[in-house]
Design a binder for this molecule. Structure first.
Ligand code: HEM
Length: 411
């Protein structure tokens, strides 16, 4: 049977596109075409293991231009393979120490407390936008990137736009491209200033590490590529706003989780289980893709060399074979559960040091735990608004961005 190009269906169906195709396909291995290229869709922990085997897939040419020119940037670690990938990835991994993550969380909580103090006048605030500003302040302080208070709002707006526009052909996409041009120019100047000594940044900070990183040729990165990678620390940290807004949505729908979060110490096991369930339950990255390096065989089916192979993240996080009642929000499902390298994959699977799995998962979980705990301790009203989450929109979020009014600030 001829495979029709399904790009339009993806844009229309969003997160449901690949799971729907899988449900309609005997054996569950989807064959389709995406942007004119032959594509195969897989799902499940064994598929994830297959996907993350470097002997099977390469990333270099897998990401479409619309994702490179918005979300990740040209020359990003996401687009490297083999030895070059490992060297660049090691640069990111050096930032992910326990002390580093604690420092980032500390800067972010300070910014949160200052921000919440400014809401005391009872005005309505959009949580999504406010958390983005909090995270922008926290991550810029942590990375050593100078940012005046007066520039926080425009920076946060750009950083959100980079994520918001990667999977659409409309105005959100063009906003994202413009935001990338601005933010790469901003950070390339930071890199140049660090190198020339015009800007002094803390040793070991992301600005320091990225500015002085050398590639496999022994040379410093081109300032634009260095800017891309510094942005690949700052932009996804600010993207944690999506998860915090989802966490607020969960606390609103299931208020029984407020007390165990409020009474914990912010790092306790319930806060962690809640954060993991937010990452599993709510939609964010729909799938990841790679190209077959040679003719491959998956469960007896042939995957031709050069085919695009998609791993269905959203589908796997809602797979009833892996998660009991997958459409129930239940943090307790993580109580005592050992999370395997290939089962909970909202930020990719496998080993982050050697493969393409997100290096920022510990940061994401730490920030989400800390911010959710703070949120559970706040007293606020939730006025009438559209809290619907459309699965057709990638990335999804509560339509209103979660509007709240503080009733009484508390510790
Ligand atoms: C890669 C999701 C937060 C830095 C990825 C990938 C996903 C993802 C799906 C691709 C995995 C793959 O290709 O196999 C997310 C989500 C986040 C988040 C949903 C939370 C909002 C972070 C943070 C950082 C970060 C906080 C850094 C501070 C990166 C980098 C890569 C990556 C550098 C490329 C890794 C590689 O290609 O080797 N992320 N991420 N992410 N993420 Fe994250």
């Amino acid at each position: 049977m001829p495979e029709f190009d399904d790009t339009l269906s993806l844009l229309l169906e969003g997160y449901g596109w690949l799971p729907n195709l899988r449900r309609r396909t005997p054996g569950g291995v989807v064959r389709t075409r995406l942007m004119g290229r032959r594509a195969v869709g897989l799902c499940g922990p064994e598929a994830a293991r297959f996907f993350y085997d470097e002997d099977h897939l390469r990333r270099g040419t897998a990401l479409p231009e619309m994702v490179k020119s918005t979300l990740v940037g040209h020359g990003a670690v996401h687009t490297l393979d083999s030895a070059e990938h490992r060297l660049r990835k090691a640069m990111f991994m050096t930032l992910m120490t326990d002390e580093g993550i604690a420092a980032l969380t500390g800067h972010t909580m300070t910014a949160w407390d200052e921000t919440v103090a400014s809401w005391a006048d009872g005005r309505r605030v959009v949580l999504f936008d406010e958390v983005a500003k909090v995270l922008t302040r926290g991550v810029c302080r942590w990375t050593g990137v100078p940012l005046d208070d007066t520039d926080v709002e425009t920076a946060a707006t750009d950083l959100l736009a980079l994520v918001d526009g990667f999977a659409t052909a409309g105005p959100r996409h063009w906003r994202a491209r413009a935001a990338r041009r601005r933010r790469e120019a901003w950070l390339a100047a930071v890199v140049r200033n660090v190198r020339h000594g015009a800007l002094s940044v803390p040793a070991g900070s992301a600005a320091d590490v990225v500015a002085h990183h050398r590639g496999s040729d022994g040379e410093l990165l081109d300032p634009r590529v260095a800017a891309v990678e510094l942005l690949n620390v700052i932009r996804p940290t600010v993207a944690v706003s999506w998860y915090v807004t989802f966490a607020a949505h969960a606390l609103h729908r299931w208020p029984e989780y407020r007390a165990p979060l409020r009474d914990g110490d912010g790092e306790g096991s319930f806060a962690e289980m809640f954060a993991q369930e937010v990452r599993r339950f709510y939609p964010f990255a729909p799938f990841v893709g790679g190209r077959a390096v040679r003719d491959l065989s998956w469960q007896g089916q042939r995957i031709g060399a050069g085919s695009l192979v998609l791993l269905d993240i959203y589908g796997q996080n809602h797979d009833p074979l892996l998660w009991k009642k997958p459409y129930a929000f239940d943090p307790q499902r993580f109580d005592g559960r050992q999370i395997g390298a290939f089962d909970l994959i909202p930020q990719g699977g496998g080993d982050p040091r050697t493969g393409h799995r997100c290096p920022g998962e510990p940061i994401t979980v730490a920030l989400l735990q800390a911010l959710t705990t703070r949120l559970a301790r706040l007293r606020y009203d939730v006025p009438d608004q559209d809290l619907g989450i459309s699965l057709r929109r990638i990335p999804a979020r509560p339509a209103s961005g979660f509007v709240l009014t503080l009733t009484r600030p508390s510790g």
